[in-house]
Write a new protein. Structure first.
Length: 367
């Protein structure tokens, strides 16, 4: 199509001209994307935070507290897993836009890698400009579980250790601590398991307590402001740049390509609505195929990360058992040595007593 003139396009020409010849290819560990593809920094006034955590820890309620309205509704299925990722936004008084993404079941090991893979792609697709903070939600009402520990390791293995630079820990259930006249420091000092201490260490102790049930407007504002201050701290420590990787870049470029193609098709003249619709359907199919390829790669990478984690945990378990066996063997050896020493001392005491009796008997005879 040139200068708005009309000519019948073959399927091959349509694909070559309108779907772009540079189809995106993404390999694990690399991308065909130009190096100068840049992301929008946080200075633009838009900040995107992602809520992750075990089902029931209060992710959606925390998201609603941040947004100041009931934007996230409970849509739990029979298995207790929210159906899909969702993004809601709000504009603060200073004009800053906050995007909040609620994620389902990424910390629930009962779901498969295919579900988690699709949701990770959906989450990244929603946050194409990158993630400014990852809010890891725990509840003071439940103990930190092995499931949550494993999920955090999986996130690190999948996204890389750099993801911890963007993590903030949010504890929900502040109302329960308040009823017991406890602070978050009291709770962590009284009952903080070692794995949770390690998580807080990775996050440089960036943590905040939320009471999602409070009716106190001042308290609502205060806890959100404390969280946003931590988000600003994370952004500052990361040079103002959100977290991104090749998946973010791939999805952003794919969406931009689809948008540009749609605008190009909408500008065509002399074509029927049916022909325009057919072209758009081809473009959307191409985009969906790209998403499918990326999702399959994410699932594969996730499975690899899970297998590495399982192997690592198995090796750690084996090492602990070996250490316990060595400790038990050393303890048994020590017990044996103590027993032999005790027997030797008892024998020496008996001999000493016998000699003393003999000596006393001899003196009596002489007298």
């Amino acid at each position: 199509v040139q200068n708005g003139s009309r000519r019948k396009l073959s399927s091959e020409t349509e694909i070559n001209c309108l779907l772009l010849a540079d189809n995106l290819t993404l390999e694990m560990g690399g991308s065909s994307i130009d190096d100068d593809w840049e992301f929008t920094a946080a200075s633009g006034g838009v900040r995107t935070v992602v809520l992750v955590g075990r089902t029931g820890n209060g992710k959606s309620a925390t998201g609603n507290s941040i947004l100041g309205r009931k934007a996230f509704k409970s849509r739990a299925s029979s298995s207790g897993i929210t159906s899909t990722c969702e993004m809601q936004s709000t504009v603060l008084k200073d004009g800053q836009i906050i995007n909040v993404i609620d994620t389902p079941g990424l910390f629930d090991l009962s779901v498969g890698a295919d579900f988690v893979g699709r949701e990770i792609v959906k989450c990244i697709d929603l946050a194409k400009d990158g993630i400014h903070a990852v809010l890891v939600v725990f509840s003071v009402r439940t103990r930190f579980s092995k499931e949550e520990e494993a999920a955090l390791h999986s996130l690190q293995n999948f996204f890389g250790s750099k993801i911890t630079d963007y993590m903030i820990v949010v504890f929900t259930g502040g109302d329960e601590l308040e009823e017991n006249d406890e602070t978050l420091e009291d709770y962590l000092g009284r009952d903080c398991p070692e794995p949770l201490q390690e998580v807080l260490g990775m996050c440089k102790n960036r943590r905040v307590l939320f009471d999602n049930k409070t009716k106190d407007e001042a308290k609502k504002v205060e806890q959100v402001q404390e969280l946003l201050s931590l988000v600003s701290m994370v952004i500052g420590e990361n040079g103002g740049q959100p977290y991104t990787d090749e998946l973010f870049i791939a999805l952003k470029k794919g969406a931009k390509k689809l948008r540009d193609q749609t605008e190009e098709v909408d500008a065509l003249k002399g074509y029927s609505k049916g022909e325009i619709l057919e072209l758009k359907e081809q473009m959307y199919r191409s985009y969906e195929e790209q998403l499918k390829r990326i999702t399959e790669m994410v699932e594969s990478k996730l499975k690899e990360a899970t297998q590495r984690l399982e192997q690592q945990l198995a090796e750690e378990q084996a090492a602990r058992l070996k250490a316990e066996e060595i400790a038990q063997a050393a303890q048994r050896k020590s017990n044996d040595e103590i027993r032999k020493l005790r027997e030797h001392l008892e024998s020496a005491q008996r001999e000493t007593e016998e000699l003393r009796r003999q000596a006393q008997s001899g003196r009596c005879a002489i007298l």
